[in-house]
Design a protein around this ligand. Structure first.
Ligand code: ATP
Ligand SMILES: Nc1ccn([C@@H]2O[C@H](COP(=O)(O)O)[C@@H](O)[C@H]2O)c(=O)n1
Length: 234
């Protein structure tokens, strides 16, 4: 039986990784959170003096790219891959507000995107992959057999992120999160290289009023319908 490529794109914090990870687990595919890779480059940049305030030292980052090694390893406790930067688990560190506030400018840089896209395409060479991000259906895997574009209102997305942080016992400010969500959407949609766009052949999912369970079922149905049309897919 053959495996396919599944691309899940959309706005920040709308539930892409939640649904992508669940589908991948259910159908036995690899799951890759491409946003984690841009976050890892950002964390490296913060830690290595590549930022001066909000200004990025482009030449320094260009030279440093060869020293940034990103990998994923399955965390048996969470059932999802943790992100490793130069062999150190940085899953928690890449999710801070500091990284969230600096990641979109880093993601506008053509040489960063070029390197990330090459690595993502290598990971998906054998298919059997569910990858979520911003440009997966448009740039990374334009021939993906199933493409989904997810959206929800900024307020709902910020609320979900706020609830998640509170549930973990972490400090959170709803207004800061909302501002960050809107800022990232703006930068991601308007950058010159691979801006956030719905691929023409992507299915649109507005999950504003859906539960996690409902969106999971919806995605599984879309996978089933692709598989029903081609009985060689599993
Ligand atoms: N339909 C839903 N209803 C309520 N909460 C949801 C729903 N989908 C996802 N969530 C919650 O919203 C938060 C953000 O989800 P998730 O991390 O999957 O988003 P994302 O799109 O991958 O975000 P990012 O762009 O930051 O990678 C999580 O706490 C998740 O549990
Ligand atoms: N394919 C992608 C994925 C992500 N980005 C950028 O990274 C930021 C963080 O991503 P999350 O999925 O963790 O929210 C995101 O805001 C984008 O700037 C990207 O450019 N391309």
């Amino acid at each position: 039986m053959k495996k396919i490529t599944i691309a899940i794109d959309g706005f920040s914090s709308c539930g892409k990784s939640t649904m992508a990870k669940d589908l991948a687990r259910e159908i036995g595919y690899i799951y890759i959170d491409s946003g984690a890779m841009y976050r890892a480059v950002t964390l490296y940049s913060i830690r290595n003096g590549i930022f001066d305030g909000d200004t990025i030292d482009i030449e320094k980052l260009k030279k440093a790219m060869k020293d940034i090694k990103i990998s994923f390893r399955l965390n048996p406790q969470t059932g999802r891959p943790d992100t490793f930067l130069n062999n150190v688990n940085v899953e928690k560190e890449i999710r801070t507000m500091e990284v969230s506030s600096k990641v979109s400018p880093i993601s506008t840089l053509d040489f960063v995107r070029h390197e990330m896209v090459a690595q993502q395409q290598a990971m998906g060479k054998e298919k059997g992959i569910v990858m979520d991000g911003r440009d997966i259906g448009t740039t990374v895997f334009p021939n993906a057999e199933l493409k989904v574009f997810v959206t929800a209102s900024p307020e709902i997305r910020a609320q979900r992120r706020y609830d998640e942080l509170k549930a973990k016992g972490e400090e959170a400010c709803f207004e800061d999160i909302l501002k960050n969500v809107k800022q990232r959407d703006e930068i991601d949609q308007n950058r010159a290289v691979s801006p956030l766009r719905k691929a023409e052949d992507a299915l649109l999912l507005d999950n504003t009023n859906l539960t996690i369970e409902q969106q999971k079922e919806w995605l599984m149905q879309q996978f089933q319908s692709v598989a029903d049309n081609d009985k060689t897919i599993a």
